[in-house]
Ligand binder design. Structure first.
Ligand SMILES: CC(C)(C)CN1C(=O)[C@@H](CC(=O)N[C@@H](CC(=O)O)C(=O)O)O[C@H](c2cccc3ccccc23)c2cc(Cl)ccc21
Length: 348
């Protein structure tokens, strides 16, 4: 690429992108030039927000005021944040945030407006959640609250990306207009992550599993990891997987509407990782003991295969069959799980 003509701040932005997530950064960098810069900066705007939201060492009032002013912050030359907790993995990004703010200026107006609008909605959504999580120690209460939280942190990302894809002209205006499908793309990824990260989040006192679900099985979210509640824990896990699986048909429909090869790869890879993750999490008691992840070899195979809709359908079919094979007839959600898997097969 024409790195030679890139400014120091632009080079630094891509260095941060490559620092945050290796495999995903590679896929972003394969996008068409002008879309690539917009998605890279969108990713860093979101990463900055996420780093503030995730940092439990920031006093709640300060956190909320930063989150609510994110749209102004990303146009404030020189703004940075050096008070992140020491273990915050993206601390350096916020220390050097002026390079992101500088590079945002070079984006075309349409892309900027999309990114600013999503940043504003997400910042306020995160602030709303942080405020009520502060006084409601259960965290997320109803399944509706759960969907609302996932909308703020991931559904909005889908809306933003779809708008960027359509604005670039590489995808039809329909892609940006179909909000239901774009939101489902984000919710599917986020819900798979939330199920996978049960233990890690509990240790950080982050409680995303909705009380409306876990209270049908145990008295407190933390009871799920006690061996005496093993059967209940596995049935609760099934219920969480069932909830996530409901989004899969929309994701397949969304992907079938994508025309640009690079955009398809960018969108399909996280989706196939998510269905593979749900399959390994389902009926897997290890979820309550450690962070269960798909093996490196499987990840690489999925990345190589997720390049067209027929292969993606084949991958989803494979993992829904894995889930059906693992389904337990004594599980209260046995039938609903098999119906959900059937619906995914149907939408293929
Ligand atoms: C919360 C999240 C799911 C939206 C995070 N999110 C994603 O998960 C990344 C993938 C990622 O970061 N993978 C990490 C592993 C991990 O973190 O679990 C990796 O190292 O490969 O993908 C999403 C993402 C990619 C493509 C299309 C999307 C449509 C709607 C919503 C999100 C979409 C993402 C796109 C952007 Cl622009 C920003 C963030 C994300």
């Amino acid at each position: 690429k024409k790195i030679a003509s890139w400014s120091k701040s632009k080079i630094r932005c891509y260095e941060f992108l490559n620092m945050t997530s290796r495999s995903f950064a590679a896929v972003i960098q394969e996008l068409n030039d002008e879309l690539r810069d917009a998605v890279c900066l969108f990713y860093l705007v979101l990463r900055g927000l996420d780093t503030i939201e995730d940092d439990m060492t920031i006093p709640i009032e300060k956190k909320v005021s930063i989150l609510r002013s994110w749209e102004e912050i990303i146009v404030t030359d020189g703004w940075n944040f050096t008070e992140n907790g020491p273990n915050e993995k993206d601390r350096q990004l916020l220390v050097e945030y002026p390079v992101v703010i500088e590079e945002l200026k070079n984006l075309n107006k349409t892309y900027k407006e999309i990114i600013f609008d999503i940043a504003k909605q997400m910042g306020n959504g995160m602030a709303d959640y942080a405020t009520n999580a502060a006084h409601n120690k259960f965290g997320v209460n109803t399944v509706k609250d759960y969907d609302q939280y996932c909308f703020y942190v991931a559904g909005l990302v889908g809306l933003g990306l779809s708008s960027l894809f359509s604005a670039s002209g590489l995808e039809s205006p329909e892609v940006g207009r179909n909000t239901k499908l774009s939101i489902s793309m984000g919710l599917f990824l986020q819900k798979a992550n939330i199920i996978r990260d049960y233990l890690e989040d509990l240790d950080d006192n982050r409680r995303f599993w909705p009380k409306e679900i876990w209270s049908q099985y145990v008295n407190d979210l933390s009871d799920l990891k006690d061996p005496e509640h093993k059967k209940q824990a596995i049935n609760c896990l099934s219920r969480m997987c069932l909830d996530a699986l409901q989004r899969a048909p929309d994701c397949l429909t969304y992907l079938s509407n994508i025309r640009d090869q690079k955009i398809f790869n960018f969108c399909a890879i996280p989706q196939v990782m998510a269905i593979a993750t749900l399959a390994i999490l389902f009926q897997n008691y290890q979820v309550y003991q450690k962070n269960v992840k798909i093996r490196k070899g499987e990840t690489l195979k999925l990345i190589q295969k997720a390049t067209n809709i027929l292969n993606v359908i084949d991958i989803f079919r494979h993992y829904t069959r894995v889930i059906i094979t693992k389904n337990n007839s004594r599980d209260p959600n046995f039938l609903k799980i098999s119906i959900a898997c059937g619906q995914i097969e149907q939408s293929c």
